[in-house]
Design a protein around this ligand. Structure first.
Ligand SMILES: [Cu+2]
Length: 101
């Protein structure tokens, strides 16, 4: 009988441990929008290059680039991707990020 109580205690302990891990909260999306000042875009091809590069990054929601205004608007989940990574990706394409609007 004592063994049975011990066994029951172990089972209960196991169940409570499982529920503890299952109810772990997943972080909610923290949608952030930034408009970068980007130098070096001269045509719609440049806009497409920047747009497709950023859109391919996980966590990026939407992108709008304009070579006329020298701006790149990005909407993203700040819990998935960092602002600095977006800047790095733009600069890796050969354009210069000159701050934000
Ligand atoms: Cu171009």
């Amino acid at each position: 009988m004592k063994n049975l109580i011990l066994l029951a205690a172990f089972i209960l302990f196991g169940i409570s441990c499982n529920t503890a891990t299952e109810t772990k909260e997943t972080p909610e999306a923290k949608i952030t929008t930034i408009t970068y000042k980007v130098e070096g875009m001269t045509c719609s091809g440049c806009e497409n290059s920047v747009t497709s590069t950023l859109a391919a990054i996980s966590g990026v929601d939407s992108v709008a680039a304009s070579h006329v205004d020298s701006t790149v608007y990005v909407s993203f989940d700040a819990n998935s991707v960092a602002d600095a990574d977006l800047i790095k990706a733009i600069e890796a394409k050969g354009y210069a990020v000159n701050g934000k609007l």
